[in-house]
Design a protein around this ligand. Structure first.
Ligand SMILES: NC(=O)c1ccc[n+]([C@@H]2O[C@H](COP(=O)([O-])OP(=O)(O)OC[C@H]3O[C@@H](n4cnc5c(N)ncnc54)[C@H](O)[C@@H]3O)[C@@H](O)[C@H]2O)c1
Length: 299
């Protein structure tokens, strides 16, 4: 099987590339290296933007596209909505056009739990989508174009709505933010919001297992899967575990009731649909965090 991974130099994409190569797949990577920096050995790397029309001349015999390239930061989507729009909406549209012209039959798209907004939990795939951030809106637009291209041009589509993903190589999200703050001031930790936000965090290796499983076991021509864990963790608890893993005991400083505009305070996905395909997370939050802390300390 020959797969193209857009965003394959980034956090999740680089792990996915390694996992596919380990299975014996041929892997092509398309990344503009705006955020990613990993050049996975055994892959064929094209250093371009997903919106660049010339990519049509760069790839041959691709059977499926894992489309991960995106501006993934919710907070930044508030201060720079143009960047979110061009990378995520226009970018996804261009990837679909590339696939249509090259007759590539399957897209696997990394969407987000944020498309549900402040929904009741645990949130199933049937729940109404109601984005409260530009990032979530951009991902939902991507899903809509994918649904249309699947229906109009027969492209099989696997939409994955990820919870928060964490682990080695991650360069955004709450743990990375806390770690950097603690490295510059080990005596005080600023926690955005009141620390009572509760969300689901899935370790990267489990995320990759679920991603490949969904891509390979899906039977319908278009389907959506929630990818996450069955437990939620309070932000304050993450701060405590991270500090204890680093041997620090800083003073916590909370910024107020809302962490940032567009933050979903309570997030837990109903993952029974991906479990029915055989998925079961293997890593506890604590084990995943230990691995991530070890990575942060040595990188
Ligand atoms: N990390 C999470 O918690 C999480 C949760 C839900 C969904 N997702 C989605 O998973 C995907 C991967 O996220 P990540 O955490 O690995 O982020 P990341 O920033 O590490 O990876 C994104 C990669 O895409 C590349 N890229 C960005 N814009 C590009 C463009 N226009 N052309 C070519 N390459 C481009 C970047 O250089 C980077 O290598 C994203 O689509 C993100 O929205 C991530």
């Amino acid at each position: 099987m020959r797969s193209l991974i857009t965003g394959g130099a980034g956090f999740i994409g680089s792990h996915l590339a390694e996992a596919l190569i380990a299975r014996g797949d041929q892997v092509d990577i398309l990344d503009n290296f705006s955020a990613g920096k990993y050049e996975i050995s055994g892959s064929r790397i094209v250093r371009k933007d997903i919106r660049d029309d010339s990519i049509e001349d760069d790839f041959y015999s691709i059977e499926r596209v894992f489309h991960l390239a995106a501006a993934p930061d919710v907070k930044l989507s508030l201060s720079d909505p143009n960047n979110t729009y061009y990378n995520n909406v226009e970018g996804t549209f261009k990837v679909l056009e590339f696939m249509r012209k090259k007759d590539i039959g399957h897209i696997i798209f990394t969407s987000t739990s944020a498309v549900y907004g402040n929904a009741k939990i645990p949130t199933s795939e049937e729940e109404i989508t109601a984005p409260i951030s530009n990032y979530a809106a951009s991902k939902l637009s991507g899903e809509a174009f994918i649904s249309a291209y699947s229906s109009c041009y027969g492209i099989k589509a696997t939409v994955l709505r990820y919870a928060n993903i964490f682990g080695e190589r991650s360069t955004h999200g709450v743990m990375f933010d806390f770690y950097n703050k603690l490295m510059s001031n080990p005596d005080e930790l600023e926690i955005l919001g009141d620390g009572n936000q509760e969300k689901s965090y899935l370790y990267i290796k489990d995320c990759i297992d679920a991603t490949i499983l969904a891509a390979e076991k899906q039977t319908k021509s278009f389907d959506i899967f929630n990818i996450g864990t069955e437990e939620k963790i309070r932000i304050r608890r993450i701060a405590e575990l991270l500090c204890s893993g680093l041997g620090l005991s800083p003073q916590f400083k909370f910024t107020g009731s809302e962490a940032w505009k567009g933050d979903v305070k309570l997030m837990l996905l109903d993952i029974s649909k991906i479990k029915a395909l055989g998925f079961s997370p293997k890593y506890s939050f604590e084990k995943g965090l230990d691995n991530y802390i070890r990575f942060l300390k040595t990188s």
